[in-house]
Design a protein around this ligand. Sequence first.
Ligand code: KG4
Ligand code: ZN
Length: 343
Amino acid sequence: MRILGIETSCDETGIGVVEDGRRVLSNVIGSQVELHARYGGVVPEVASRQHILAAVPILGQALEQAGTALEQIEAVAVTMGPGLAGSLLVGLNFAKGLAFGLGLPLVGVNHLEGHIYAAWLGEGPDPAQEPGFPLLCLITSGGHTDLVLMQGHGQYALLGRTRDDAAGEAFDKAARVLGLSFPGGPEIQRVAQGVQATEKLPRAWLQDSLDFSFSGVKTALLHRAQARGLYPARPGETVTPDPAAVAGLAASFQESVVEVMVTKAVEAAQRHRCRGILLGGGVAANALLRQQMKKHSPVPVLIPRPILCTDNGAMIAACAYYRFQQGERHTIDLDIYPSLRLG
Ligand code: KG4
Ligand code: ZN
């Protein structure tokens, strides 16, 4: 079964074609990063408008790369939330036009569940069989840092979430303090590559809780950057570029955020006797996180390829396949849910 997946919850116009929930026939991503970089973050109005401009050409590329005509598509899947309202509306209306124009079923997908199903895409064994449920899922992105217990397809319980910034948001803000460009996660990873952490930045363990908090480490980083003259302590104060100090602080920040996520995910997996740990979301592309999770987890670790960790249409199509098997269909009345949660 070939499903077309459409993802427009933030600043990526992602459209992909997936066969039987596992085989990626195409996955085209129109990134808006250059449009937003000059503002240091995503500007919602700019994002919605760009989705409108990008949707039709990206659909054409996705079908061409998949070697699939529109007539061979059997269902249309679209992100219905969470995300930016205007961006979600563009994708949802585009999907409705396609689905109802072609007489195809429409499946609305929770973006967070899509990040989980990115782990089903690829050549490896089916995670539901190997290692099998329950799975401990860490969804870590620009908007979320959630620990979710997945007991079966479509069955979730939320175990913990961030109380303030999401990990990706913290990476983006830390990068800005260090004078690095947006999005900050890949930049921090790049400058910290092969560099020793120079500081022990705080870790918020929040005793007995599986929640996260990243605002403390972010503030600590700001103070260290100011003390080293890398960021103005007062408005108008000049700063002196010091790439070695930036790299050391970036490595320290990355180490702190990764250590907390790995420790809490492993603890949650043990508490709930999980058979595997599954990572998803943009921050799951982080090389240190991937390496440390594999090193410390007592159970198999499933992580999508980096390109499938960040927002894309293929993961939405993969998730919709399993939802569709369970009988899920949406009508023309489907709305967006900007604050949708999982579990
Ligand atoms: O999942 P995603 O593409 O969009 C949301 O749903 O939020 O995640 C984007 C986030 C950004 O905050 C970005 O800085 C972060 O993922 N990110 C990374 C890396 N690649 C992307 N963070 C750390 N290391 C990376 N390599
Ligand atoms: Zn995402």
